[in-house]
Design a protein around this ligand. Structure first.
Ligand code: SF4
Ligand code: SF4
Length: 235
């Protein structure tokens, strides 16, 4: 109902499901029916998504956002006809870009997996509302998106420091931490959405969670070596 509800993931899911184009129509800027001004949020989100699409080789013109009220039928019809013509010109998704179908699928999956991370890293810009629509031109740049992917942060639990207090596992929003009593905790990198909660939650006296950027994450400690043997005083 409201463009403010549009999430990066919805758009990427549509492309992953084979849509050749995605059109988002919203209320004119400054004419939000609520106090949320969700259309400004949609605008930032779409501009970011267009740059993400460009980064993975998809023509950003496959994603269009237009402002159109419910009383502007002719304007709406014009946008739809024009967009449909554009998408036909671009051809089927992937084919028009000369990207192999499987490669495109894995690129879309990779970006979709990073959506929570991207939203955290770009939160300030996504939340900021510019008054002048013109200021949104070049709001996100190709350089910053390249940097974003180059410096993706991963979280790793140092087995030498982990004391199995279980705090991180209880706070992890996606149950990505393999946790058991008296067992060194391990982050399942496949499930981790890089929210950083474990990094913040690990007590400073342990500081077992570390951030890794631009380097591979060390392999997890083998299961048979995870038991923490505490001395009688610690017990
Ligand atoms: S970074 Fe977030 S998702 Fe990943 S393990 Fe830590 S708390 Fe869980
Ligand atoms: S909060 Fe820190 S010390 Fe506690 S289980 Fe997690 S990583 Fe280990």
């Amino acid at each position: 109902m409201c463009t403010g509800r549009i999430d990066l993931e919805f758009i990427l899911r549509a492309f992953s499901n084979g849509s050749d184009g995605v059109f988002i129509g919203g209320c004119h800027l400054g004419e939000c029916n609520y106090v949320t001004a969700g259309n400004y949020a949609a605008l930032s989100m779409v501009l970011l998504c267009r740059k993400l699409l460009e980064h993975i080789g998809v023509n950003p013109e496959r994603l269009r956002l237009e402002w159109c009220s419910s009383g502007e039928g002719i304007r709406f019809a014009h946008f739809m006809n024009d967009f449909s013509k554009k998408v036909k010109e671009l051809g089927p998704l992937g084919q028009g870009e000369l990207i192999d179908e499987n490669k495109l699928r894995s690129k879309l999956e990779e970006v979709t997996k990073l959506v929570p991370y991207i939203k955290i890293v770009k939160r300030d810009k996504l939340e900021k509302r510019l008054e002048n629509a013109e200021e949104y031109n070049d709001y996100f740049t190709s350089e910053e998106i390249e940097e974003l992917f180059r410096e993706v942060i991963s979280y790793y639990i140092d087995p030498e420091k982990c004391q199995a207090c279980m705090i991180c596992a209880r706070r992890c929003p996606v149950e990505a931490i393999i946790s058991a009593k008296n067992q060194i905790h391990v982050i399942d990198q496949e499930k981790c959405i890089k929210c950083g909660t474990c990094f913040e939650a690990c007590p400073p006296k342990f500081s077992a969670v570390t951030k890794i950027s631009g380097e591979p994450v060390p392999p997890p400690i083998p299961e048979e070596e995870r038991t923490i043997v505490k001395n009688s005083k610690e017990k």
